[in-house]
Design a protein around this ligand. Structure first.
Ligand SMILES: CCCCCCCC/C=C\C=C\CC(=O)SCCNC(=O)CCNC(=O)[C@H](O)C(C)(C)COP(=O)(O)OP(=O)(O)OC[C@H]1O[C@@H](n2cnc3c(N)ncnc32)[C@H](O)[C@@H]1OP(=O)(O)O
Length: 289
């Protein structure tokens, strides 16, 4: 096998960024949308999503996430634990205000390309990744979790891909990441019903790997997971992961701009806008009850 060609083909950031003429520039240092804590002794980095109140995923958050992933690649961390610093919510998914009402084409295109970019960097990262789902993880929140290699979750929260009930059709690369975690029929049912599973149900069907009771336990389990790779050369591990995930990655890499256009057309359809609008209103009204 030609390793140098393989490495070039797997080169994560530059090729994909240049293809789309977008470059990382920290958008929100003052807002501190993502907190990173690297443990010098263990080499493990804890990355906390920090967009209060519910970590809804905005253009700025995606840009910062990509910057953090680039930094961690440069630092050659031993592993990453992705968690939330919001109470009770890992991430509430895409920021609905990026989708409704009728987003501008320019903003939406940038938003979608950075969402794709975040997924590519997470899904193909050279270091091992753990999602510590320490709160609800609907839709885009679940996408972040299933793109990691291992999932730990606190009890009594909900996780799933509820795009269909919100009037959105999950794109193929999202479906592929779910299929990589769950056997076919469970993945399809989860997608078509849009049902959110509680922690125990998610564990029972294999959507998450372990239930943990607190952060301390989560860090201990993560450490055990990272330790399983201690005797594996880093490059061999990284390339094995990237080659294993290559079909899923290529499906998006080859279709980035059509994926963005399709989603924009879908989002701008009056029927879709109406469904998202009433869903968003119901979220707001829930509070008044
Ligand atoms: C051909 C077509 C191709 C199509 C390709 C499609 C590819 C699709 C891939 C991924 C798609 C992902 C879609 C999404 O991610 S859409 C977002 C879906 N998210 C949800 O359904 C979750 C909604 N939120 C909740 O259920 C709850 O907020 C919860 C996370 C459980 C937290 O509950 P709680 O702690 O009670 O907090 P509140 O509900 O009171 O929320 C606090 C305020 O935050 C606002 N909020 C919540 N979620 C969002 C969001 N996602 N975006 C924007 N704003 C959000 C909420 O309204 C509250 O606001 P306020 O205080 O003003 O009332």
């Amino acid at each position: 096998m030609n390793f140098s060609r393989l490495i070039k083909n797997c080169s994560i950031p530059s090729r994909w960024l240049l293809a789309n003429n977008i470059r990382y520039q920290s958008s929100s240092a003052a807002q501190n949308l993502i907190q990173v804590d690297i443990n010098e002794e263990t080499g493990v980095s804890v990355v906390s999503l920090n967009r209060k109140p519910v970590n809804s995923l905005s253009l700025e958050l995606f840009k910062d996430f990509c910057g953090v992933m680039d930094d961690l690649e440069r630092e050659k961390v031993r592993g990453m634990v992705l968690k939330s610093s919001c109470d009770n919510v890992f991430s509430s998914g895409l920021d609905i205000t990026e989708l409704y009402p009728n987003p501008s084409e320019e903003r939406f295109e940038a938003f979608w390309l950075w969402f794709q970019e975040s997924w590519l960097k997470l899904y193909a990262s050279s270091f091992p990744t753990v999602a510590f789902v320490n709160g609800h993880a609907p839709a885009g929140g679940c996408v972040f979790a299933i793109s990691c290699e291992y999932r730990l979750m606190l009890p009594y929260y909900k996780i799933g891909l509820n795009e269909a009930p919100v009037g959105i059709v999950a794109t193929e690369w999202v479906m592929n990441s779910l299929r990589a975690v769950l056997p076919g029929k469970n993945a399809e049912r989860l997608l078509t019903s849009g049902r959110l599973l509680d922690t125990q149900e998610a564990f029972d069907i294999g959507l998450i790997d372990q239930i943990v009771n607190n952060e301390e336990e989560a860090m201990a389990r993560s450490e055990e997971f990272f330790a399983t790779f201690d005797n594996v050369p880093k490059l061999a591990r990284a390339l094995t992961k990237q080659v294993y995930r290559k079909n899923d990655l290529n499906q998006l890499i080859k279709n980035r701009s059509s994926d963005a256009k399709q989603f924009l057309n879908h989002i701008l359809r009056p029927e879709t806008q109406k469904i998202i609008g009433s869903y968003f209103k119901s979220l707001k009204d829930r509070k008044k009850d």
